[in-house]
Structures are given as C-alpha cells and as structure tokens.
Design a protein around this ligand. Structure first.
Ligand SMILES: Cc1cc2nc3c(=O)[nH]c(=O)nc-3n(C[C@H](O)[C@H](O)[C@H](O)COP(=O)(O)O)c2cc1C
Length: 202
C-alpha cells in the first residue's frame, strides 16, 4: 500500500461548493492522511518539523485546492517556502523527497476550452501549474497529470460535483491500493473523473 497524504487548502472552505465535498470525502478514506492546511495553520505559522516528518512518512503528496489567480491559495506557497528546505528537499544532501510522487487536485472556474491557446485564459492549465511541476522535479519527485474539474462554479447546476467527488475517492483509493497507473498518468496532461488511469484488479 502506498502511503498517501492529502493537503487540502481552501481559505473559503465554508463557501465552497466543490472542494468542501472533496475534502470531506478524502478525510473519510481509510488508510490515508488528510491535512486541512487552513484549519491547522489559520495564521500561516506552518510547523516545519511536523511537515517534514509528514513528508518523510508518505510516498505520495497530493495538494487539493481551488485555482486562485492562476496559482494555488497562498498557504501552499508558504508551506513550500518553509518546508522544502535546502538540504532536505533540494541541494547537497537534499534528497529526502527523492522518488516520491506529487499530485494535484485542482478546480478552476474557467471552462476547459478557455484553457487553450485560443481561449480567454490563453494557456493550458498545466502551464499555470509548472511552478509546482518544476518544484517537484527539483526535489527529485515525480509529477503526474493533475485531477482537474473545469467550470467549477457551474458544477452544482450541471451535476458534475457528485461524479467529481466520487472520482476523487476512486483516485485516492487507487493510489492507496497501488492501483493507480502513475506511468500512464505521466503521459497525459490532466485527468478527470471519466479518464482516471486506474487498474481495476490484478
Ligand atoms: C481569489 C480567487 C481567484 C480565482 N482565480 C481563478 C483563476 O485564476 N482561474 C480560474 O479558473 N478560477 C479562478 N477562481 C475561481 C475558483 O477556482 C473557483 O471559485 C473554485 O474552483 C470553486 O471551487 P469551490 O466551490 O470549492 O470553492 C478564483 C476564485 C477566487 C476567489
């Protein structure tokens, strides 16, 4: 079994229509670790020792967040700045994260066709996530296709919240049970609830 930790970051948790349900479902998945960053660190006073210990104890590090200004909510950046120290995550002897997987679960209000060269967001969503991708690479971690929900604000009326949450649970359980095909996921840009590279059995 893979040791999976989910870091959830949403400063407006109470007003969320998608991530709140994803987070509640994730917290209920047995055999994984769930951390609500804004609940644990409302003043952003991240405990570096606690977080580095958590990282050492897990194989797959997943960040769940709504896209905010083409990036993450700020607590994830603060977490990176403090926790991914030289000599721990990168640099000389900084190999403590080598071989681990970094995964993102992202919701975006923009529709899928907006995240294209001709769309109003001008770039694919992966372009906006490259700082995290390269951070993973510098820390000798693997980075695979993010689990994405586009058009997140209309998802409650279009009926996409439920399948997205169910897909999230499938994803987390598959990772935990070593049924998630990371190799296949590393060859695609994004995954959704209807395109998860999950192996059904052995
Ligand atoms: C401060 C802020 C910045 C946002 N920036 C973006 C953005 O850059 N791209 C985008 O597609 N949606 C953006 N959104 C929309 C959020 O991604 C959207 O509200 C969220 O995915 C909905 O999920 P939730 O119901 O769980 O909050 C932004 C929302 C806020 C509040």
């Amino acid at each position: 079994m893979a040791r999976l930790i989910v870091y959830y970051a949403h400063p407006g948790h109470k007003h969320s229509h998608v991530n709140r349900h994803m987070a509640r479902a994730a917290a209920g998945v047995e055999g994984i670790t769930f951390v609500d960053l804004y609940r644990d660190y409302p003043r952003l006073d991240i405990d570096i020792v606690v977080e580095q210990t958590r990282l050492l104890e897990h194989d797959v590090i997943l960040f769940e967040f709504p896209m905010f200004w083409y990036s993450t909510p700020s607590i994830i950046k603060e977490w990176e700045d403090l926790v991914l120290e030289h000599g721990f995550a990168y640099g000389a002897d900084g190999d403590k994260l080598a071989g681990k997987q970094m995964l993102l679960a992202v919701t975006a209000a923009g529709p899928e066709d907006a995240y294209t060269q001709k769309g109003y967001q001008h770039y694919p969503i992966r372009t906006f996530l490259t700082p995290l991708e390269q951070t993973a690479r510098l820390c000798k971690m693997h980075f695979t296709a993010p689990y994405v929900l586009y058009s997140s604000l209309t998802a409650p009326v279009t009926g996409f919240v439920e399948p997205h949450v169910a897909g999230y649970v499938r994803l987390l359980e598959a990772i935990r049970d070593d049924r998630y095909d990371f190799e296949a996921a590393s060859t695609i840009d994004v995954v959704g609830f209807d395109s998860l590279p999950v192996r059904t059995g052995y």
